[in-house]
Design a protein around this ligand. Structure first.
Ligand code: C5P
Length: 205
């Protein structure tokens, strides 16, 4: 059983994917982390994330980088979005994600193109969305907890910039698979969103 959870940044897809994995007893892969690792590796080695060959060279990052808390930062998110545009980078990360999806017993993967490119055969596909104000407020609250000083307007502008880049890129743009179920979490709290996702997944199995 493969469960694909796609959606824009701060939509709640990561939380939902983790909860689905725990509920169904499946392994979970946050594929955004792979792109974040490529972006960070590129920066660490002095490369330019907009340059396809610098970004491709960064795909051979050490596995230990995946445990680096810095990957969760907004800066790393921005780099991830830049390197993810390059077809060579997407190709280099494809096999790793595909192998994870195909492990015996199944898996839950979250990202942008799981239901469309990585595992189009997934039994359950959720496309998680939320309004820009709802997502900006969540991200803003998270950042305040981490003691980062940013304004809500900056967080919102950054989200919109990242959305636009993810939606408009030529390869594997952020788009719902035709057979995905739309889950709008704008007005749902964490527990309600999780309960709704579990109910939707159970109805598909
Ligand atoms: O989900 P997260 O915010 O960690 O993803 C960071 C960036 O990585 C996204 O903005 C997107 O550009 C890219 N990404 C992608 N395909 C995925 C997962 C993430 O292009 N499957």
């Amino acid at each position: 059983m493969i469960i694909a959870v796609d959606g824009p940044t701060a939509s709640g897809k990561g939380t939902i994917a983790k909860a689905l994995a725990a509920h169904f007893g499946l392994p979970h892969l946050d594929t955004g982390l792979l792109y974040r690792a490529v972006g960070r590796q590129c920066a660490l080695s002095g490369g330019n994330a907009d340059d396809p060959s610098d970004a491709l060279a960064a795909c051979s990052f050490p596995d230990s980088l995946l445990a680096d808390p810095e990957l969760r930062s907004e800066v790393s998110g921005g780099f991830a979005s830049q390197v993810s545009i390059h077809p060579g980078v997407r190709k280099a990360l494809f096999e790793r994600q595909r192998a994870f999806a195909l492990q015996p017993g199944g898996a839950v993967l979250d990202g942008r193109d799981i239901g469309t490119v990585i595992a189009p055969e997934a039994e359950v596909k959720l496309f998680v969305v939320a309004s820009v104000p709802a997502r900006a407020e969540r991200r803003f609250a998270e950042m305040q907890q981490q003691g980062r000083s940013v304004s809500l307007a900056e967080v919102s502008a950054d989200l919109e910039r990242r959305d636009a880049r993810d939606r408009s890129r030529a390869q594997a743009p952020l788009v719902a698979a035709p057979d995905a179920i739309l889950l709008d979490t704008s007005d749902l709290g964490r527990e309600a969103a999780i309960a709704r996702a579990i109910a939707l997944a159970e109805a598909r199995l």
